[in-house]
Write a protein that binds this ligand. Structure first.
Ligand SMILES: [Zn+2]
Length: 439
């Protein structure tokens, strides 16, 4: 077994290299469009749809034809890949899972994909990659590349070009004798709070950026529609959005890397369950967390950030032989971390937790994280005990035991009893978000 991982670096192109990249992307677009035209012509003439292999024959013809000989100056793998993707688009269309493939306009060039390691070569000491027909391209190599290179994609984002290198890494086997050592509670007042007592503030830089975004939006709306100045203003706005996205990404990656470096097994609340029980007025478990002014866009952005946070933690822990544990979040904000007493009155305010039974006082988010850690440890121990009881080796690892989502209960004692039930779960829901995320 092995894991795939991608490294992404910005390219540092010379002007003539940039032109070559643009031309290559243009060739791929031309081929995409030409193939659609040809398929349409065939359909009109009553001929059958031509599959990928047949389209590749057209490609050879085009690359050899004197009037389109310029196609052969660009590398061939991205051109084949364009046809492959077109074929997939047609398959989706035939399966009624997608619309008819559309022509790509100028500016909609597909990325340049090199699907085999033979198409490129990495020179780490000199921070450059050699790409078939494109020569040496310098990269801003922010970190070392480990693993066996598998494929490469070059894509344009705004005015910049990026290289995405996918490598294969051998699986790290989970180490023995671990147990959850940190739990993280996500919230709205702080981005997250850890059971170790650390509050992680959301990235404040983003708030400041909102002002620039508004200014750039105004600038666009003041310009005459269709004018060159409006185009420029739109470009600027796009650059700004991309810069914000990069900052957020950078911040999140640094945060999750640091956490994964320090703790092999981390527990977080099961956000899927949390979201199911969410309502505009707030639930009994999370009073006021979902009130109206906090709902809407702000909320959805945070949700996305938490999902991404969990996804990154999951794979980064896995690389290190650790694991992410999902814990049922019910009543975690009302439970005392010191004595397990559950009462709504424990929660004095959004920020303060004070136990009515034992007097234990703590920041509410940190208390919730500590409760999550206790539950994670119970889950972990119960899961390992269950595994030890079963003699079948097939269930010894990776076995998914999923408890039904908890029903709403007003009786605190029954909730406590429930939390001690067996639940061991390696996560899969986070990874489903991976596919939907665009690069
Ligand atoms: Zn207490």
């Amino acid at each position: 077994m092995s894991t795939l991982r991608a490294y992404r670096f910005q390219l540092r192109c010379k002007p003539e290299q940039e032109r070559a990249l643009r031309r290559s992307a243009g060739c791929a677009r031309w081929i995409w469009n030409q193939a659609i035209s040809e398929q349409r012509r065939r359909y009109a003439a009553g001929e059958k749809y031509a599959g990928y292999a047949e389209m590749c024959k057209w490609l050879t013809t085009w690359r050899n034809a004197p009037e389109t000989i310029w196609l052969s100056e660009a590398p061939i793998p991205p051109q084949q890949q364009a046809l492959k993707r077109l074929h997939e688009a047609y398959q989706r269309f035939f399966a009624k899972a997608g619309g008819y493939p559309s022509f790509k306009r100028h500016g909609e060039e597909p990325g340049l994909r090199f699907p085999a390691a033979a198409h490129f070569q990495i020179d780490q000491p000199n921070q450059r990659i050699k790409v078939m027909k494109l020569g040496w391209l310098r990269i801003k190599q922010s970190q070392g590349i480990n693993g066996t290179p598998k494929n490469l994609s070059l894509s344009k984002e705004g005015a910049r070009w990026f290289a995405s290198i996918q490598v294969e890494l051998p699986d790290v086997l989970p180490a023995a004798g671990l147990e959850p050592s940190l739990a993280i509670d996500v919230g709205l007042t702080v981005f997250a709070a850890t059971s170790a007592g650390v509050k992680i503030k959301p990235l404040l830089a983003l708030k400041r950026q909102a002002r620039y975004v508004r200014r750039a939006q105004k600038s666009v709306s003041r310009k005459v529609k269709g004018s060159a100045n409006r185009k420029k203003a739109i470009c600027k706005l796009g650059d700004l959005h991309r810069r914000i996205a990069r900052q957020r990404e950078d911040w999140l990656h640094k945060l999750t890397t640091e956490l994964a470096d320090r703790h092999p097994v981390i527990a977080i609340e099961d956000l899927r369950i949390k979201n199911m029980s969410a309502s505009a007025k707030g639930t009994k478990d999370a009073p006021g967390k979902n009130i109206r002014q906090k709902a809407g866009l702000n909320r959805s952005i945070l949700d996305a950030a938490w999902g991404e946070f969990g996804r990154q933690l999951q794979y980064k822990l896995q690389w290190r032989g650790g694991q992410l544990v999902l814990v049922e979040p019910a009543y975690s904000s009302q439970t005392c971390a010191a004595c397990d007493h559950v009462a709504a009155e424990n929660r004095k305010s959004q920020a303060l937790f004070k136990c009515v039974a034992c007097g234990h006082a703590e920041n509410a988010d940190i208390n919730a994280a500590q409760v999550l850690l206790q539950r994670a440890k119970e889950q972990w121990a119960a899961g390992h005990a269950a595994q030890a009881g079963e003699s079948s080796p097939a269930t010894a690892c990776g076995e998914v035991v999923r408890r039904r989502p908890a029903r709403k209960r007003s009786d605190a004692a029954s909730v406590k009893q429930e939390s001690t039930e067996v639940l061991t779960r390696t996560i899969s829901l986070m990874s489903t978000q991976q596919e939907s995320r665009s690069l």
